[in-house]
Design a protein around this ligand. Structure first.
Ligand code: AMP
Ligand code: MG
Length: 401
């Protein structure tokens, strides 16, 4: 342990852990199964979008020249509703064609006027205003064929999936979700639903961590809880390493006699750092069990959550080159004074209200790292540098939960 970086700053912890990477696999999925997935490769557009000049309005297409000094009355020479119908149409002087939204612009026409600004009488149309050139959507103005339109690492939101369809792709290369083993440790933990005996508590971290893994688009594998025994823990770690890409443990990483994750990692694994200057959540370690990366997260539920968001999530994004989902940060005005710890980056859970003056943050709930309600019932965490202190009315940075 002598040379193991100890009690490092958050940035340092991220940097050290990100030196260990895994190579995620790529798989191909049909468009409708790609929602929320991570795009694995840059994608070229297979087409121009629009594929042809077309109208952005229902109305009339004509030469702009003929629309000057309105009102002007022109001869209607035809109707274009769809591609192909414009093939034999040439709009000459003092002529117009009826055109539908999305229909191709016929030869000769260079402006559109929407139907609401026209009146028709038999085969004549009177234009109340000049034609608009910008109501013509130009070929390729959105996307050019063979240009990169969406890059690797993009999280495929619904609009991104729509964009991929517009580009002509029916299937997409995406990152295969990482299998993330979650092992909680502690003799006192029992599953919710059973009756608590004295000294027992309900195991909750695995559920929170599992949700966080899914939030990043990966596959949580909740392993059996390990009791406080080196042999049980070794079995659990071996099983996790042989079936998963990444291991998360919770509990047992601090300094005590019973902090067996730290102990077994010291004796049989490899530790790359231990303890981080953040509160809550100072005990974590990162290392490898065999070749499998492992984060030893603290047992206190708020701490394990904070450490996942600040340390594990950046590692997962980095190793998968994912650009999201990102942590949203905003500024809020304090309705309660808040204070950092002396030596650590500190996260205070606050409720956030939207007011006419902007976001207002209240620290309402007891901030113990064992009090998961302080996380669950808050909308944000104020981010405080070591030693920082703020008063009511000050503007502070908050991480939105
Ligand atoms: P430890 O780091 O193992 O000493 O755990 C710190 C605190 O977190 C103790 O009060 C544990 O009972 C609690 N704790 C540990 N693991 C979990 C878990 N999986 N779910 C809920 N609480 C836990
Ligand atoms: Mg424990």
């Amino acid at each position: 342990m002598d040379k193991t970086p100890y009690f490092v700053k958050l940035e340092e912890a991220i940097e050290i852990s990100c030196r260990t990477t895994i190579k995620p696999e790529i798989e191909t999925v049909v468009l409708d199964e790609s929602h929320g997935r991570i795009l694995a490769l840059d994608l070229l557009s297979l087409v121009d979008d629009p594929a042809f000049d077309n109208s952005s309005m229902d109305g009339f297409a004509m030469r702009y020249e003929d629309t000057k000094n309105p009102p002007q009355t022109l001869d209607i020479i035809g109707t274009i509703q769809a591609a192909g119908q414009e093939d034999n149409v040439v709009v000459g002087p003092k002529q117009a064609v009826r055109i539908m939204t999305g229909a191709p612009i016929p030869e000769g026409a260079d402006s559109i006027l929407q139907v609401e600004l026209t009146t028709t009488n038999e085969n004549k149309v009177t234009l109340q205003q000049e034609g608009m050139k910008h109501f013509i959507r130009k070929q390729g103005e959105n996307l050019l064929k063979d240009s990169i339109s969406i890059t690797a690492g993009t999280i495929l939101t619904p609009s991104c999936v729509g964009l991929c369809a517009t580009m002509g792709h029916s299937t997409l290369p995406v990152i295969k979700p990482l299998k993330v083993a979650i092992i909680s440790t502690g003799d006192e933990l029992i599953p919710p639903g059973e009756e608590l005996q004295r000294g027992q508590i309900y195991e909750s971290n695995s559920f929170g961590l599992s949700g966080l893994v899914k939030w990043l688009g990966h596959e949580p594998i909740i392993m059996n809880n390990s009791g406080d025994s080196i042999d049980e823990l070794r079995l659990a770690l071996d099983k996790a390493a042989s079936t998963c890409d990444l291991i998360l443990t919770s509990g047992g990483v601090f300094m005590g006699e019973w902090d067996l994750v730290r102990k077994i990692m010291e004796d049989e694994g490899e530790i790359h750092f231990w303890r981080v200057k953040i509160r809550p959540g100072s005990p974590p370690l990162f290392g490898t069990w065999g070749v499998t990366p492992i984060f030893g997260l603290p047992g206190n539920p708020v701490s394990s959550h904070v450490v996942f968001r600040t340390l594990v999530a950046p590692w997962i994004r980095n190793t998968t080159s994912a650009k999201g989902p990102i942590e949203v940060r905003a500024f809020a005005q304090l309705a309660t004074a808040v204070k950092s710890t002396k030596d650590s980056l500190t996260f205070r859970r606050v409720s956030i209200e939207m007011t006419n003056e902007g976001l207002v943050a209240h620290q309402k709930i007891h901030q113990g790292s064992g009090n998961i309600a302080s996380m669950a019932l808050s909308e944000g965490m104020v981010v405080l540098q070591p030693g920082q202190e703020y008063s009511i009315g000050d503007k502070v940075e908050v991480m939105i939960l």
